[in-house]
Design a protein around this ligand. Structure first.
Ligand SMILES: Nc1ncnc2c1ncn2[C@@H]1O[C@H](COP(=O)(O)OP(=O)(O)OP(=O)(O)O)[C@@H](O)[C@H]1O
Ligand SMILES: [Mg+2]
Length: 254
């Protein structure tokens, strides 16, 4: 995996952003589409209201907004942990309320998720945590060993392969969670505050990893409070506030 972004990759990214702007209106093509979605927990108030947007294939967006705005809730609807209280959510062109139950595991395997609280398997090593999605997909063990080792090297954890997650720092656990989410090159990557526990240099390195994945065709949505990253990496923004969503443009994306 290349360590820094090449000029060609940069131009590719720029081209994609132009397409992202055009395709966002082409709903049929969308990886994710929300139409008038509302969501509440139990009998509580709506935390998301009248949310309508679409994410085109191979797009890259940041999801911003104050604490409590509903970023994690929005992501939960996308990885099918919650259902909307009203409106329609579609993934890869299919209305999720109409997808048969037996098709859900495969759909879930197309989505990589970095959880805000990591959710690593405590009794399994770092290596086994990251290898899990490839093993579930039936990959060959020799290939798995190669891919997992390469990726753990990229995120700076090559010396922690055999450690249990509980022996790692918060930032190290976060990098394991990221490696596990990207290892199988999902069609859609949802990352909830993926740089919340790491220093700036590592955060930038992780963003390069996400950009590389994006260059290979994965649509990326990253919930973040890190304004430095949002202004440095010129990707489009979905901004949530007061239960409502709006698109924002930054720098070269405008
Ligand atoms: N399991 C839950 N049960 C009830 N209410 C919840 C639950 N999870 C979140 N909420 C409420 O939904 C609203 C949105 O929360 P959410 O976690 O989606 O915000 P967020 O934008 O991700 O915040 P942060 O930036 O702090 O992670 C908040 O008012 C929160 O209290
Ligand atoms: Mg959150």
């Amino acid at each position: 995996m290349a360590l820094s972004m090449s000029a060609a990759a940069f131009c590719g990214s720029l081209r994609r952003n132009i397409w992202s702007t055009i395709l966002v209106t082409n709903a049929a093509n969308s990886v994710v589409r929300f139409e008038n979605v509302g969501m509440r927990y139990g009998a509580g108030p709506e935390v998301l209201r009248d949310i309508t947007f679409a994410l085109p294939p191979a797009s890259f967006h940041f999801l911003t907004g104050p604490s409590g705005a509903g970023k994690s809730s929005l992501l939960r609807l996308m990885y099918l942990a919650n259902r909307p209280s009203r409106g329609m959510v579609s993934l890869f062109g299919d209305d999720v309320s109409k997808i048969p139950r037996r098709a859900l595991p495969e759909l879930r395997r197309s989505i990589g998720v970095v959880f805000q609280d990591f959710r690593l398997l405590d009794h399994q090593s770092v290596f086994d945590n990251v290898a899990l999605p490839l093993r579930v997909a039936g990959g060959k063990e020799s290939q798995i060993r190669k891919h997992v080792s390469e990726l753990l090297q990229w995120v700076g954890l090559e010396d922690a392969l055999h450690n249990l997650p509980s022996t790692l720092s918060g930032g190290e656990q976060q990098r394991v969670a990221i490696a596990r989410a990207v290892i199988s090159r999902p069609r859609l990557l949802l990352a909830d505050e993926p740089t919340g526990n790491v220093d700036d240099a590592i955060a930038v390195r992780l963003l390069y990893l996400f950009e590389e994945l994006n260059r290979m065709g994965t649509s990326i949505l990253i919930a973040t409070h890190n304004e430095g990253l949002v202004s440095r990496f010129k990707h489009r923004q979905l901004h949530l506030e007061g239960g409502k969503i709006e698109f924002r443009h930054t720098g070269s994306d405008a």
